[in-house]
Design a protein around this ligand. Structure first.
Ligand code: FE2
Length: 378
């Protein structure tokens, strides 16, 4: 690559163009200076940047640039600072792109699914993922790819779900406790604690930020019914965008409101869209929960009827049986969902005859993705 790579200055050194076999990319002088890799700019031990943008002259230019062996050597003016970038690093960090990114796209590595999802792709064995870094890496990778995974063969004991969170990070404790019990109660504080069926939903949209992972762990499940079901909210949003671009636009453009005040001393509320996209259009979160949606007051009168049409259509898509994966957890089995993406629900079950006892807890994706990345790098 070395001999075939060339560099030229653009706009009096305000930028450069690097050409390598099969492509080229422009880089601004200020961008290169800000991202210099030397020890005066970045800590050699933790990689953290040691300067602020204010330490770089606003009039920064490239005085000289040349390709040497496998690197690009640069002298910045007016500082006179010399530094070097590996050519591989430059290629990996090229940003010279003029095409607009598509609205509603999914992040790289995300795989949307529907009811045909092969459960063997997302299943792990409890003992294996606890003891084998490779098995753990593969299982965490499926959580990242599908937003959903199951584990079987775990212990049938109180609090065993904490060992699942320990695989990658930390429990997020809430007003429901470090974990919560999901079984029939008299005078339940939350509908989840009854035998009623539950429409597929994301949990706790009334929190901001929401818990980004949920683990549901089965200790007893001899009651008739009570199957779990999961739906890929990103696939549902993608389908909504196809069937009704305006509907997608309305649900992503306007904030919905969510609220919970089911127990004394607790009043949780948030104002966030049902479909959230990043500033440049990447799908980032789904919030959908009929039980905790508050009166919607952030949609103008002229758009409200269409908003409700879109909300209904999104619900129809989510309830379409072809979108859902349904399974019945056995004692010692659990599943984890990315609560910003995958909706979960359950079918109704008989409150008499047999029993159903699940324990649930929340955790966060930052820890999971960090552990996954470290395992992948190992
Ligand atoms: Fe839930």
């Amino acid at each position: 690559m070395t001999n075939q790579t060339s560099v030229k200055l653009l706009d009096d050194g305000a930028a450069i163009q690097v050409a390598w076999p099969g492509g080229d990319a422009r880089f601004h002088a200020v961008w290169l200076r800000d991202n210099a890799l030397d020890e005066q700019t970045r800590s050699a031990t933790n990689g953290q940047r040691l300067i602020t943008l204010q330490d770089i002259p606003a009039e920064t230019r490239i005085g000289e640039a040349k390709i040497t062996d496998t690197a690009l050597d640069i002298r910045f003016a007016p500082e006179g600072k010399q530094t070097s970038f590996p050519l591989d690093w430059l290629r990996a960090h090229a940003y010279d792109r003029s095409d607009a990114l598509p609205l509603g796209r999914m992040a790289p590595g995300i795989k949307p699914w529907n009811g045909t999802l092969d459960l063997t792709d997302i299943s792990g064995d409890f003992a294996a993922v606890e003891t084998s870094p490779t098995a753990r890496r593969d299982w965490l990778a499926s959580v990242n790819r599908y937003g959903f995974a199951t584990l079987s063969g775990g212990p049938v004991e109180n609090g065993a779900l904490l060992r699942v969170a320990d695989l990658f990070g930390y429990v997020r404790e809430t007003n429901y406790g470090k974990w919560f019990e999901v079984r029939t109660e008299v005078n339940p504080s939350n509908l989840a604690y009854t035998g009623l069926g539950l429409q597929a939903h994301t949990d706790n949209p009334y929190r901001d930020p929401v818990p980004t992972l949920q683990i549901l762990y089965c200790l007893e499940n001899s009651a008739e019914g009570g199957e779990s079901l999961v739906v890929d909210g990103f696939a549902a949003a993608e389908r909504l965008r196809r069937e009704s671009p305006r509907g997608f636009d309305l649900l992503s453009r306007y904030a919905a409101r969510f609220e919970y005040r089911g127990s004394a001393g607790v009043h949780l509320y948030s104002r966030r869209p049902m479909i959230e996209v990043s500033a440049d259009g990447e799908l980032t979160a789904i919030r959908f929960n009929n039980r905790s949606t508050a009166p919607l007051t952030d949609i103008p009168y002229d758009d409200m009827a269409d908003y409700y049409t879109a909300y209904r259509l999104f619900g129809d898509i989510i309830e379409d049986p072809t979108m859902a994966v349904t399974f019945k957890l056995e004692p010692g089995e659990c599943f984890i969902v990315d609560n910003t993406r995958v909706l979960h629900g359950r079918k109704g079950y008989a409150a008499t005859g047999g029993s159903r006892w699940l324990q649930g807890c929340y955790a966060d994706k930052d820890g999971l993705l960090s552990t996954l990345s470290a395992l992948e790098a190992a």
